[in-house]
Design a protein around this ligand. Structure first.
Ligand SMILES: Cc1ncc(COP(=O)(O)O)c(C=O)c1O
Length: 439
């Protein structure tokens, strides 16, 4: 790269990226279509993670682009504080219809991080409205990821994301992680061992008494490296929350919209939480949109005495943005028309079969799969955790024409739900060649 190019790229500070290394040897994509990205020279790269878990219907869907363009011309922006527009009602209605159980009201925001913080605020507001304002404690889980805003970061359980930022929210505690390599290594789907880990909520209640407002977990932890719930764990967690009158929030930012072979992971696992957070796939990742789906019981608790009073002092300028809503409607139509949630089950079988073949490849310490998602843990370079994973991203991009997602030394695979078996085989074969080249 010439000096001029390096300077031109200096101003952009990339998130979750080693910037100095990146700018010395950048990985830049300029176009995307279907299962592929293309770099500025037109080189084709297989997309191993549907963008960042979000482009579930594949890239470049003209229906979504057309809907966005038409919406921007017709109604480019409308506030949803004290006003509304037709499509926001329609998206909320459709999401409520897709949601399990009695979850039937939708609060919109713009991202998974905002969705997590919104859900936590709903939980606090709910208990205050119910006359139990002492319930202010929020429980997350070790290895959980709920975005990077203060609430989600605090209940999150990834030390690297919290280390630099001090004490965070004070009234927070964590359930133990559901992952245990000794008992679960190379499990296919949900591991047999670990349902009892949900009972740790009893211990937290013994410690904190009746001050706990809510528990937030990902049904399948995504960012920590695809950690499927042990068989029966989510049912046991639901029962423990019921026993102690604690709200249960499922963060479905990754697991929603077909990744688990159903509209929501809640449906797949047969456990209905009190709230579901969503983002990413709701618009196929084309424009930002997120939100929280809550039960009527929660929604109605916020009712005020007088009709003119605001119920929930929370929201974002772009909550329910018309362009995002237009994108969501076009996206939900595609998911339905192309049966992508069912298709996901086929991808799950292809992916499981292919990825577990890598068991004896170099540096492989564990392999997991659940839904249309899988992860490969690599043994870290001694003394330099994360280095080997980083090398895998680079080798995949430059040598194998693959866009891989790596967190630490874990490779995550989550192709779009339009993937054919050939794409999966190509992806996994590419990963295998990458593993053979790692130092
Ligand atoms: C489960 C979960 N929650 C929240 C988030 C944060 O979403 P965003 O990056 O849109 O803020 C993510 C992102 O990957 C996620 O996986």
């Amino acid at each position: 790269m010439s000096r001029t190019n390096a300077d031109a790229r200096e101003a952009f500070w990339l998130p979750f990226t080693p910037n100095r290394e990146f700018k010395a040897s950048p990985r830049i994509v300029a176009r995307a279509q279907g299962m592929f990205y293309y770099d500025e020279q037109g080189r084709e790269l297989l997309d191993g993670l549907a963008g960042l878990w979000c482009s579930l219907a594949g890239h470049g869907r003209p229906e979504i682009a057309d809907a966005i363009a038409a919406q921007a011309r017709e109604l480019d922006f409308a506030p949803t504080f004290q006003f509304a527009h037709p499509k926001v009602f329609e998206v909320a209605r459709r999401l409520a219809a897709m949601a399990p159980g009695d979850l039937d009201h939708v609060f919109f925001c713009n991202s998974g991080s905002e969705a997590a913080d919104t859900a936590l605020k709903v939980a606090l507001g709910f208990w205050r409205a119910k006359g139990e304002a002492h319930r202010t404690r929020l429980i997350g889980r070790v290895r959980g990821y709920h975005g990077t805003n203060f609430g989600g970061m605090s209940v999150g359980g990834m030390p690297a994301n919290r280390r630099a930022f001090g004490n965070l929210l004070s009234a927070v505690d964590h359930l133990p992680a559901t992952y245990n390599r000794e008992h679960q290594a190379f499990s296919r789907g949900e591991p047999e061992w670990g349902a009892h880990l949900a009972d740790a909520l009893d211990d937290l209640v013994a410690l904190h008494g009746d001050t706990i407002a809510a528990v937030i977990v990902e049904p399948v932890a995504g960012s920590a490296g695809v950690l499927p719930p042990p068989k029966g764990y989510l049912q046991r967690l639901r029962a423990a929350c019921d026993r102690h009158h604690i709200l249960l929030i499922f963060d479905e930012v990754i697991t929603g919209f077909g990744r688990m072979g159903a509209a929501f992971a809640s449906e797949r696992f047969g456990v209905v939480p009190d709230m579901i957070t969503f983002a990413k796939g709701v618009t196929n990742g084309v424009v930002p949109l997120g939100g929280v789906i809550v039960s009527k019981r929660i929604h109605d608790a916020f009712a005020q005495k007088d009709d003119w009073q605001i119920e929930f002092a929370h929201g974002y300028t772009y909550s329910g943005h018309p362009v995002a809503c237009a994108a969501a409607l076009a996206t939900l139509d595609i998911y339905q028309r192309d049966n992508l949630f069912e298709r996901s089950r086929q991808i799950e079988r292809w992916l499981a079969e292919a990825v577990h073949r890598l068991k004896d490849a170099p540096f492989v310490a564990d392999i997991r799969n659940c839904g249309a998602a899988a992860a490969i843990d690599l043994a870290p370079t001694p003394g330099s955790p994360g280095k080997r994973g980083h090398e895998a991203i680079r080798r995949a991009f430059f040598d194998e024409n693959i866009m891989l997602r790596v967190g630490g030394d874990t490779i995550a695979l989550g192709p779009a739900l339009i993937a054919e078996q050939g794409h999966i085989e190509r992806l996994v074969a590419g990963v295998e060649r990458v593993l053979k080249k790692l130092s």
